[in-house]
Each structure stands twice: as structure tokens, then as C-alpha cells.
Write a protein that binds this ligand. Structure first.
Ligand SMILES: [Zn+2]
Length: 206
């Protein structure tokens, strides 16, 4: 009888602990695959800028918490002059100080130039874990390293102004003009991402 108990229960206990341990240890991404992806020439300056802030590649919530704890990451207000932040499912409203200030300044300038309109920020800081969750719902999401993984990139929708989802060429042109100004003074890089209908913006360590 005793022998039988062992035969039945030992594999069960082993499986239980084994699956718990695996769940804890294995991240949803393969770091070797992530690091293998070569950035495009258009994207490379974004990654170089990201790596200049002294923030290590953000892997999970704990790594973000570390930078909040040591004062390197700052909370981004949900709404301020000229911008609103969309409900975030796959990113976190924390960025390095220069990125926060630059977003606020872009908002102020856009508001001034459009006499009070607002744009929408659709994504901010993402960990590698966030990125895998996003990839499950959006196959276009990057497999490799993203500048969002360092806390100095954010996306602005060009189809949502004043909280209304609608094509608005006038507002889009006004927004792009502001972005071009910040490129010219050496504060940002941006890419127009047609698949996501957004401007991907990376703040430089100016
Ligand atoms: Zn982006």
C-alpha cells in the first residue's frame, strides 16, 4: 500500500513543483532572440539615444520599479496642457526626466499653435514582458529591442485629437510641425508609423 502511494503521489508532487518553478523562472521572451534582431538604419539613432540615459534594458515590472525607487523614472500626468494619455494596457506612464519635460513642452507648444487642441499619447515605457503581451494581440509589435524599453520613448496618435478618433489632416499637420521643431533643436527623433497610426518619438539625452 505504501509503495503504491509513492508511485501515485511522487510524480504528482514533482510535477506540481516543477510547473510552479518553471512558471516563475521562464520569461515570455527569449533574450537571445531579442538581442539578435538588427535595428533598421532609421531606428538605430533611437536605440543609441535610449542607451545614453544609463537605464538598463527593462525586462519586467520589477526593473521599472527599481528606476522609480531611485528617482530616475518620473510619473507622467494623465492629462496636461495639449495632451491626454490613453488608457494603457501594454505600457507604463513613467519616463526619464528629459522625456517627461519634452512631452510636456510638445503639449504646450501644440496647444498654443492650435489654440487649445489636444493630442493623445497611446504608449510610453514598455518592458520586454509588456512587449510579449502586446505581440499576442498585435503581430506588428517589435520582436527585438525597442526604444520604449528604456523609458525615453512615447507614441502620439495622429488619428485621435481632442479624444475623438477621426482622421484630422489639419491637426496632424500642426502636430508634425511641432515635432519637426523639436527635431531641429536636437531634442527628439521621430518616425511616422503607418501601421500603428502614430508618431514614435524618442527623446535624446540633450
Ligand atoms: Zn513607439
Amino acid at each position: 500500500m505504501r509503495k503504491l502511494w509513492c508511485v501515485i503521489s511522487v510524480p504528482f508532487i514533482f510535477n506540481f513543483y516543477h510547473s510552479q518553478a518553471t512558471k516563475k523562472r521562464l520569461p515570455c521572451y527569449d533574450i537571445n532572440q531579442v538581442l539578435k534582431v538588427q535595428a533598421t538604419p532609421l531606428y538605430q539613432p533611437h536605440l543609441n539615444a535610449s542607451k545614453s540615459f544609463g537605464v538598463k534594458l527593462l525586462t519586467d515590472a520589477k526593473s521599472v520599479q527599481k528606476y522609480i525607487g531611485n528617482g530616475k523614472f518620473h510619473k507622467i500626468k494623465k492629462a496636461a496642457k495639449g495632451y491626454r494619455i490613453q488608457k494603457l494596457d501594454y505600457s507604463r506612464a513613467y519616463m526619464v526626466s528629459k522625456a517627461k519635460i519634452t512631452l510636456e513642452n510638445i503639449g504646450i507648444k501644440f496647444s498654443k499653435e492650435t489654440k487649445g487642441h489636444t493630442f493623445t499619447v497611446s504608449s510610453l515605457t514598455r518592458t520586454l514582458e509588456d512587449q510579449c503581451r502586446l505581440r499576442r494581440v498585435n503581430s506588428n509589435a517589435s520582436v527585438g529591442i525597442s526604444s520604449h524599453n528604456y523609458g525615453n520613448s512615447f507614441d502620439i496618435s495622429y488619428i485621435r485629437f481632442n479624444d475623438v478618433l477621426k482622421y484630422n489632416p489639419k491637426m496632424e499637420a500642426a502636430l508634425e510641425k511641432v515635432l519637426k521643431y523639436y527635431v531641429a533643436i536636437g531634442r527628439i527623433y521621430y518616425i511616422k508609423e503607418k501601421q500603428q497610426s502614430c508618431y514614435h518619438i524618442t527623446v535624446r539625452n540633450y
